[in-house]
Design a protein around this ligand. Structure first.
Ligand code: FAD
Length: 386
């Protein structure tokens, strides 16, 4: 039986990008993707920072609009505007983004088998055996990269356990009147300890969605009758729901094995955006694997380098995001209102404009916690005292 150099499980943006990096460096790469083309649309708002477009070969024809300004709306309708000097992010057509990255991987020599689900995985001393449905043949590879998105069954199968938590994300397409900025809604009746959004596309169309720990469809239905939304929004499509990991896999590697992207929990814990962090994970996985290839050493010791590098970059952000969310989840709607009011004073908006970056929130969170305003009203712990 033919043995591939690498099998990547999952042709989402992270798996396809990883396959591209490996194939363009001469490796024989097979990508298994469970969905057939057009069978299942990605559930995603598609808001991707400009930094990701600078660092990675993302297809620019997938860009539908720009995020120039974000308005945060409190439960009672107070607004805080974040207007950075430059465009911070684009809104993409996720199907086109994913397809563009698949084409890039293919044109560099990777084979992508759509409609093939990996249902079993066994790592031996000599190689990796993958059981694939529909069969009949198993697949063999020297190394496997799991890029399957949230899929606890696969990571459990190889003894790496599961990500520690998750949230639900729901979203639908809609026609929306008067949507000039990206709108973000906070409040315990909107999306407890999280947020809802309206993201503009083109010609009066938008994506409306939210994340929550549970009952996300119920929260979305009730958000649609929110007084600031109801009159302006008409759903034009189905509501889709997907699980998003929250927190990191304890270990993302093993002999002949690496886990990347959402499958490893490489997702921002502030906003639950996962494309950029996943691509960073895939880049580091690719570099590590190419180094291992030169030495023909696929042991745990070599792949540990992958984890060390991505944790150094992403873990502080992910940990700060969790801490901030824990604090935020204790706030009552009254406290959120008060926070909105006070944010116009004491230089908080200045801080936001100076420190906030679309994909890196740690510096802003640290500065906010250290700010006199925060210490005065909330103390330094996670529990708000105001
Ligand atoms: C409502 C919502 C809104 C979001 N908005 C944003 C946003 O605005 N910006 C952002 O950056 N992120 C956003 N995200 C998160 C983002 O969609 C994910 O983090 C991103 O898609 C992760 O990429 P990935 O390649 O790791 O996984 P995925 O995109 O999930 O790709 C994994 C692929 O693996 C395949 N697969 C799974 N199991 C198997 C198997 N056993 N065999 C073969 N194939 C398999 C799947 O079919 C899939 O194609 C949002 C998520 C939700 C739910």
């Amino acid at each position: 039986m033919h043995e591939h150099d690498v099998v990547v499980i999952g042709a989402g943006p992270v798996g396809s990008y990883c396959a591209f990096e490996l194939a363009r460096n001469g490796l024989d790469v097979l990508v298994l993707e469970k969905n057939l083309p057009g069978e299942c649309q990605p559930v995603c708002s598609g808001v991707i920072g400009t930094e990701a477009f600078t660092e990675f070969p993302l297809p620019v024809d997938s860009i539908m609009s720009e995020v120039r300004e974000i308005v945060l709306v409190s439960p009672g309708g107070q607004k805080v505007f974040y207007r950075p000097d430059a465009v911070q992010a684009y809104v993409v057509n996720r199907t086109m983004l994913d397809e563009g990255l698949r084409m890039l991987a293919r044109s560099n020599g990777a084979e992508i088998k759509e409609g093939s689900t990996c249902i079993g995985l066994e790592v031996t001393d000599r190689n990796v055996h993958l059981r694939v449905s529909p069969g009949p043949e198993d697949v063999r590879a020297k190394v496997v990269v799991i890029a399957s998105g949230y899929n606890p069954a696969l990571t459990k199968m190889v003894g790496l356990g599961t990500v520690p938590g998750f949230v639900e994300g729901v979203q639908a397409e809609a026609e929306v009147d008067e949507l000039e900025q990206t709108e973000v809604y906070l409040g315990n009746t909107v999306a407890p300890s999280s947020f809802a959004w309206l993201v503009g596309l083109q010609s009066g169309r938008a994506r409306i969605g939210l994340t929550s720990r549970g009952q996300s469809r119920t929260f979305l239905s009730s958000f649609l009758s929110n007084p600031f939304v109801e009159e302006r929004v008409r759903l034009t499509g189905k509501v889709y729901k997907k699980i998003i990991p929250y927190g990191l896999l304890k270990r993302s590697f093993g002999d002949r094995l690496m886990v990347v992207g959402e499958a490893a929990g490489q997702v921002k814990t502030t906003t639950h955006g996962g494309v950029y962090y996943g691509l960073i994970g895939a880049r580091i996985a690719g570099e590590t694997l190419l180094g291992a290839w030169k030495r023909q050493d696929f042991s745990t010791a070599i792949f540990a380098e992958y984890e060390r590098k991505w944790r150094q970059l992403l873990e502080p952000e992910i940990a700060k995001g969790i801490r901030f969310r824990r604090f935020f989840s204790h706030l009552t709607d009254g406290q959120i209102e008060w926070f909105f009011k006070m944010s116009q004073k004491d230089g908080i908006m200045d801080l936001l404009h100076k420190k906030a970056r679309f994909d890196w929130h740690g510096e802003f969170i640290s500065s906010l916690i250290e700010h006199a305003f925060f210490k005065r009203y909330f103390g330094r712990g996670d529990e708000p005292t105001a």
